[in-house]
Design a protein around this ligand. Structure first.
Ligand SMILES: *[C@@H]1O[C@H](CO)[C@@H](O)[C@H](O)[C@H]1NC(C)=O
Ligand SMILES: *[C@@H]1O[C@H](CO)[C@@H](O)[C@H](O)[C@H]1NC(C)=O
Length: 298
């Protein structure tokens, strides 16, 4: 009798246990996702350094003579086509313009809203090249950033001084053309002209307009000496191009497949800038992040 009852016992118990395991796995995964988001958001408090040692940013000691710097940006709302889709840029500039202006005023930079320079023959993202090119000769440095980005902590001068003609960051896809610095030079002008001329990369009706791929292609095809002399890829993406890390399955996949890249680029409290790359419903996120910054008293 005893063996039979023990068999029955395991038989009825085992599927139960498996069921519980199956039910709790998604919950466990969800909990880990949220834990990962909290850890990444606190990356700076956990010791992540976005600036290179010795090139820490501080707004207190500008070099002499003080370089002329402008931030160039636009939001091509009228031309972005598709109107109010989830990826819409509608109202984005209105939402972040004040933040950008306040930052540039604080830093003594000019702010250039280049929305008049948009070339209607290409997807609007391409016109950043025209915008930067046409203002470059009036400044020592131009800082391009997409209207979707929000500035918060000031970047200093020391990192800029040590840098060559083009300063960019890398994310999961390599070089990112959403945020970059150009120094006034013949090399920069030629690079911008060549970039604009990469017409085979132009894409319509896609979430990717091709300007990023074209920039990446140009940088990849530079001879290594030229690359070393003129282009600086920041070792840390969070130096000036952090992406917010939300607990989504796509982000989870990226965290697992490229943990280091995620760590270097995830937006954490105190970062210089947050860039809402590839996010839907940008205005909602902008409002959320601006609210958090206000609450943090920055
Ligand atoms: C334009 O660039 C931004 C950031 O670089 C990107 O998030 C957005 O998807 C791009 N839009 C198009 C249409 O390529
Ligand atoms: C870009 O294209 C224009 C027009 O075809 C040409 O005049 C110019 O020399 C090109 N510039 C570069 C740097 O390739």
């Amino acid at each position: 009798m005893a063996p039979r009852s023990s068999v029955r016992w395991t038989k009825s118990r085992a599927p139960n246990r498996r069921l519980w395991l199956l039910l709790s796995l998604p919950l466990l995964a969800l909990a880990s996702l949220h834990a990962a988001a909290a850890i990444l958001r606190g990356a700076n408090a956990l010791g992540r350094r976005c600036a290179l040692a010795g090139a820490e940013y501080s707004a207190t000691s500008p070099p002499h003579p003080r370089p002329r710097i402008a931030m160039v940006s636009f939001s091509a709302e009228e031309n972005s086509g598709g109107g109010g889709g989830r990826r819409s840029f509608r109202g984005v500039m209105d939402a972040v313009g004040g933040n950008k202006r306040a930052y540039t005023e604080r830093m003594g930079y000019d702010f250039i809203d280049a929305r008049r320079l948009v070339d209607p023959n290409r997807p609007p993202n391409w016109s950043k090249i025209l915008a930067v090119r046409s203002h470059l000769r009036h400044y020592d440095w131009l800082f391009w950033n997409d209207a979707e980005s929000i500035l918060n902590v000031a970047i200093g001068y020391s990192g800029l001084q040590a840098s060559p003609d083009l300063v960019v960051t890398e994310d999961f896809n390599g070089v990112n053309s959403g945020v970059f610095f150009f120094r006034r030079s013949e090399w920069s002008e030629k690079f911008l002209d060549t970039w604009w001329n990469q017409t085979s990369f132009v894409r319509f009706g896609s979430t990717l307009s091709g300007d990023n791929a074209a920039m990446k292609h140009l940088i990849d095809s530079l001879p290594s000496k030229e690359l070393g002399d003129h282009v600086r890829v920041s070792p840390m993406q969070c130096l000036f191009n952090s992406y917010p890390w939300f607990p989504t399955w796509k982000n989870a996949y990226r965290l697992i497949s490229s943990p280091l890249t995620t760590w270097r680029g995830a937006y954490s409290d105190g970062d210089f800038m947050v860039h809402l790359a590839g996010l839907d419903e940008k205005k909602k996120w902008i409002a959320k992040i601006l609210r958090e910054l206000r609450e943090a008293g920055r």
